[in-house]
Design a protein around this ligand. Structure first.
Ligand code: ITT
Length: 191
């Protein structure tokens, strides 16, 4: 059976793929011409929208990730608008650092919602993972993607961008979401 990975974000894809490769699905990439309007108001709604619409358009199973960064002092912005906060990763980081300024409360969290849809669009599985951290005042590290260079995880003493890929997979919002959904994905895959 084919499973379409419903993302156009290469950074996400790199992190999602290792979790799916051990399964029996035949993985396919979302055709770029399929674009989903992310009109939901939560990560979970947008993940479900992406998975359903791509499943229906391709007539295959589909898995989607909707994720973002919630900064406490910015009333949880950028949140579901994380991808739309600027035109490039650099712009998005600059804007976030500018809006946060020298605010004393640097606390933030990354959220990742995952949804799996069957070919008729019905949602078969959903989960969410979070990772708590702090926003630094300047970027650190070269790994990962997106906001990783400014997201510091106190438990590890590293930003996401400073972590070896395997460590980010272990502690990140996306890693936690996949760890929690993997047994159910395996059960679906075995059907
Ligand atoms: P798709 O919808 O095609 O999957 P997207 O990038 O538009 O790609 P989202 O709407 O879910 O996806 O936006 C997620 C944004 O949140 C992403 O573009 C990054 O800026 C940020 N983000 C999510 N996970 C991240 C991570 O692990 N590290 C850094 N930034 C992350």
């Amino acid at each position: 059976t084919v499973l379409v990975v419903a993302t156009g974000n290469p950074g996400k894809l790199r992190e999602i793929q290792p979790y799916l490769e051990g399964l029996r699905w035949e993985l396919k990439l979302k055709p770029p011409e399929i674009e989903v309007d992310e009109v939901g108001t939560t990560f979970a709604e947008n993940a479900a929208l992406k998975a359903s619409q791509v499943a229906i358009a391709t007539q295959n199973w589909a898995i989607a990730d909707d994720s973002g960064l919630e900064v406490t002092a910015l009333d949880n912005a950028p949140g579901i608008f994380s991808a739309r906060y600027g035109l490039s990763d650099g712009d998005r980081i600059d804007r976030l650092l500018r809006e946060l300024g020298d605010h004393g409360d640097r606390s933030a969290r990354f959220v990742c919602a995952i949804a799996v849809a069957q070919p008729d669009g019905a949602i078969a599985l959903q989960t969410e993972g979070i990772c708590l951290g702090e926003i630094l005042t300047a970027a650190r590290g070269k790994g990962g993607f997106g906001y990783d260079p400014i997201f510091y995880v106190p438990d590890q003493g590293l930003t996401f961008a400073e972590m070896p890929a395997a460590l980010k997979q272990e502690v990140s919002h996306r890693g936690r979401a996949f760890q929690s959904i993997l047994p159910r994905l395996k059960a679906l895959d075995a059907e």
